[in-house]
Design a protein around this ligand. Structure first.
Ligand code: ADP
Length: 249
């Protein structure tokens, strides 16, 4: 479902992604861990071309982009990137909800405005999604009237409303008060058990142990270690993985 080859990204003279390779099967949960500044967010943003890498290939489902050899026509390149972007839904650290729109409007915005679906259909589906993330009855509220955990679950419903092939999570619980983390992780576990293909950047090692099919340890812009949760978290072979885990556990 996901195939990433030789992904590179530099900001000025600082190389942030230095040749990232990995694959993930359909229905697989990939958890990305690593020190601050190791390139985790840049990798996620590269996967959906929110921030275009300088080189390397990303294939998600049947959309593929070779960032080092984009089509020479601007329109053609833009269409290829748009096709790739449409494969993924993104859940951000700070939910990024529209503050002046209701919960229902936040979830229907993408399907109606970007994808051109009929509003009535989008609203029906949004209500089902809100029910699935435990937010039935909040449709007419505004983001500020919800807790951080509820806002984050609206963010998840909004990502799912776009019918993506994969869902990307960028530290979805790290801005939350500790007592609200569990409700968001519970929704993510539920999505994993429903067979969603997910890439999750997180420091929640317990979640990784319980849910990850594979763990990538990023360090210095490369995948320093990759394997099952058991391999990477319990029996890391690289010293830098061991050092990182000792620091955060
Ligand atoms: P992580 O998510 O692992 O903490 P990031 O991918 O956010 O790492 O960032 C890796 C490095 O890239 C950081 O040093 C950050 O300052 C730098 N960086 C990220 N985005 C930009 C940008 N738009 N411009 C300049 N530097 C950036």
């Amino acid at each position: 479902m996901i195939e990433v080859t030789g992904l590179r990204r530099a900001f000025g003279d600082r190389t942030v992604l230095d040749g990232i390779d990995f694959t993930a099967e359909r229905g697989c949960v990939t958890v990305v861990i690593g020190p601050s500044g190791s390139g985790k967010t840049t990798l996620l943003r590269g996967l959906n071309a929110l921030d275009a890498p300088d080189a390397g290939q990303v294939r998600i489902g049947d959309a593929a982009v070779d960032f080092g050899a984009l089509p020479s026509g601007r329109g053609e390149a833009r269409r290829a990137i748009a096709r790739l972007r449409a494969q993924s839904g993104m859940v951000f650290q700070n939910h990024n909800l529209f503050p002046h729109r209701t919960v229902l409007q936040n979830v229907t915005e993408g399907p109606v405005v970007v994808q051109g679906h009929a509003r009535a259909d989008a609203e029906r589906e949004a209500k089902e999604l809100l029910d699935r993330v435990g937010l039935a009855g909040t449709e007419d509220r505004f983001p500020f009237q919800l807790s951080g955990g509820q806002q984050q679950r609206v963010g998840i419903a909004r990502a799912l409303a776009l019918h993506p092939e994969i869902v990307l999570f960028d530290e979805p619980t790290s801005a939350l008060d500790p007592e609200l983390v569990g409700e968001v992780l519970a929704v993510m576990k539920q999505l994993a058990s429903e067979g969603w293909t997910m890439v999750v950047v997180t420091h929640e090692i317990r979640f990784a142990r319980q849910v990850a099919d594979q763990v990538l340890f990023l360090d210095g812009g490369v995948v320093a270690e990759r394997g099952s949760a058991e391999q990477v978290l319990e029996h890391p072979t690289q010293e830098r993985t061991q050092r990182f885990l000792t620091r955060i556990l």
